[in-house]
Design a protein around this ligand. Structure first.
Ligand SMILES: Nc1ncnc2c1ncn2[C@@H]1O[C@H](COP(=O)(O)OP(=O)(O)OP(=O)(O)O)[C@@H](O)[C@H]1O
Length: 597
């Protein structure tokens, strides 16, 4: 037993109480990774955007020439200039629309890649990390944050196109007259000062807004998941107060960010007014001095006017870019969660026993609900766990199944080669050793076949039918209109509680782990349904090591040994006959059960 199958720990511990948020470097790397997957789209978007910029700049320059031509003596032919001006307007409009479409397509592809990546990473997060950080945070990242980022894609396309237009326009300005270009630069100190005041405050404000929204999501999720408890303890009012408080915190954070944004918009308007005045004033002097023509000043003023839009877009969208950046940093953060390093610890064909030593667990610090349990389930035998509601049975079952870690203690899986600590296995490997049916079995929307084979994807239809028959589901499955192709789950064929449990048992049969832990919701199946489920479970237990949280004592009697739990401890342990003869808690439970059934 002292030999171990692994030499090194496989978990990379992440003790932070929240999921990581990517730094700006990591966020940029994440974006770059997604862009590199679409090189052709990137090149097309860039070229089309450059051509749009050329069109945008050409029109004011031709208009300036037109003004000079109109003012010139001798009535020159205006037609070629008129045609060139109109052509550059059409050219700019056509390429603007093509560039917008190309950039949006690129953005949508990048967003799709990131969404897939983050979802794959979220599904791979260890349950111990999830338990620590709470499911609300991860849920808000894969839903709200991804949505925020996707919603920002058209805007990102516009910003990119606007930034390119600014660069091309700056070159256009220089071709008119350098002094007019200098006059134009008076806007930059105003922009710079505004941004300096705005940016350092905006980032934290938007991050605070996202945090508040994630907190609100967590409270709402908790309320929905704990609905039975909320109803049972008449907690609707305090729970509603918690949701209200969380919503108010979100609203306050959003309003703070909004106020800052409005101030920033006002300073943008002031900069634009200042810039146009500077160009017109400089133009007036330069024309007066005979240094430039009226047409050149017109071209500069029109260029600046056309720059209002892209400049405003770039500057005002700092707000949305920051918001999208905050969302992206949270999305990329999910991909930074340390993943378990795979090892080659797989069970071999022999039987496997469980040894649990010093198991303690607390959900809330300082209150142990499992208070130091030592238990062994030798290979090929079964252990029933019974006890009053709240005794800690489900908690112990989850820990023994490796669904979540105990606060302290060790669980070893023992086979003929030695033992392996369950904490040294990654979640996928744990499921190769131990299968669990919990009280909360989920039916995924899809065909019945998909719902069963996801536990063992290589299963054939014959194997699926055999597993369903073994757990007593054969008769109703055969009667289904489309057999294994029948759509079940949300919006599909409705299944009873007992049928859902049978599916869960069939999944485990297909997965075929050497150890099974059952904590079924037999009570929901009614007494005849419960008896059917007991038989179904017996088919699964045959030849395996099993821990069964027995909600019915006939289930307990069928097991090799029974552990009676009370207040987080195992208070009696033995065979059914030994415990009945002992005359303790189990004997009382059994006599009450025998009188009822
Ligand atoms: N996720 C949780 N967070 C906080 N406390 C919990 C959580 N799950 C269970 N508990 C508490 O831990 C204690 C043991 O619960 P557990 O579900 O393990 O008992 P049980 O014997 O299986 O009860 P039942 O038969 O009603 O399912 C109870 O006091 C319960 O309220």
């Amino acid at each position: 037993m002292s030999a171990t199958l692994v030499d090194r720990p496989v978990w990379t511990e992440c003790d932070a109480p929240v999921l990581p948020i990517a730094t700006s470097g990591q966020t940029a790397a994440g974006l770059w990774w997604a862009m590199r997957n679409h090189p052709a789209d990137c090149v097309v978007a860039l070229l089309l955007t450059l051509l749009t910029g050329v069109g945008v700049v050409a029109a004011p320059l031709f208009l300036g020439r037109l003004v000079d031509a109109v003012r010139a003596a001798g009535r020159p032919d205006l037609i070629p200039l008129l045609v060139l001006t109109a052509a550059s307007v059409v050219f700019g409009a056509v390429f603007a629309s093509l560039a917008q479409r190309a950039t949006e397509r690129l953005g949508a592809r990048i967003a799709a890649d990131l969404r897939e990546q983050v979802l794959a990473c979220a599904l791979g997060i260890e349950s111990r990390v999830l338990e620590r950080v709470g499911s609300g945070d991860i849920a808000s990242r894969v839903t709200e944050d991804v949505e925020n980022f996707v919603a920002a894609v058209p805007l990102a396309a516009t910003v990119f196109s606007a930034a390119t237009t600014i660069v091309v326009s700056a070159a256009g300005f220089a071709t008119v007259d350098w002094r007019l270009a200098v006059a134009f630069t008076v806007v930059f100190p105003v922009y710079w000062l505004s941004l300096r005041a705005y940016l350092p405050k905006a980032g934290p404000l938007y991050a605070a807004e996202r945090r508040a929204a994630a907190g609100r999501g967590q409270v709402v999720l908790e309320s929905l998941h704990g609905l039975p408890t909320v109803h049972a303890y008449d907690m609707a009012e305090p729970q509603t107060r918690r949701v209200t408080a969380a919503s108010e915190r979100t609203l306050t954070a959003a309003l703070r960010a909004q106020r800052l944004f409005i101030w920033f918009m006002k300073s943008m308007n002031a900069a634009e007014a200042l810039g146009l005045s500077a160009i017109l004033l400089a133009g007036y002097w330069l024309v007066d001095a005979g240094a430039v023509t009226v047409g050149e000043v017109t071209a500069a003023a029109l260029l600046f006017h056309r720059l209002f839009d892209p400049l405003g877009t770039v500057l005002l969208s700092f707000d949305d870019v920051q918001r999208a950046g905050a969302a992206l940093a949270r999305i990329v953060g999910v991909t930074l969660v340390p993943r378990p390093v795979p090892t080659s610890n797989r069970p071999h064909d022999g039987p496997v026993g469980i040894v649990a030593r010093g198991i303690r667990h607390s959900y809330d610090e300082g209150h142990d609900v499992v208070r130091g349990i030592d238990v062994e389930v030798p290979a090929g035998t079964s252990l029933a766990v019974v006890g009053a509601s709240g005794a800690g049975k489900t908690t112990l079952a989850g820990i023994l199944a490796g669904v979540f870690p105990s606060t302290s203690g060790r669980i070893l899986l023992v086979d003929t080669r030695g033992s392996v600590d369950i904490g040294d296995l990654d979640p996928g490997q744990v499921r190769d050793w131990i299968g669990m049916v919990s009280q909360e079995t989920h039916v995924f929307a899809g065909t019945l076949r998909d719902d069963v084979v996801f536990a063992a994807p290589d299963s054939t239809d014959e194997q699926v039918h055999a597993a369903l028959h073994a757990v007593g589901a054969g008769p109703w499955v055969v009667a289904l209109p489309d057999g294994l192709d029948t759509v079940v789950g949300t919006g599909g064929h409705a299944l009873t509680a007992a049928q859902v449990q049978q599916l869960a048992l069939a999944r485990l049969l297909l997965r075929d782990p050497p150890v099974v832990v059952l904590d079924e919701a037999t009570a929901e199946a009614g007494s005849s349904g419960a008896r059917d489920l007991e038989q179904a479970a017996a088919a699964l237990l045959a030849g395996r090591t099993a821990v069964v949280v027995a909600h019915r004592l006939t289930q307990a009697r069928a097991c090799d040994r029974i552990a009676v739990m009370a207040d987080g401890l195992v208070v009696e342990l033995g065979t059914h006959d030994q415990l009945v003869a002992q005359g303790g808690r189990y004997a009382d439970l059994w006599s009450a059960w025998s009188r009822r059934y």
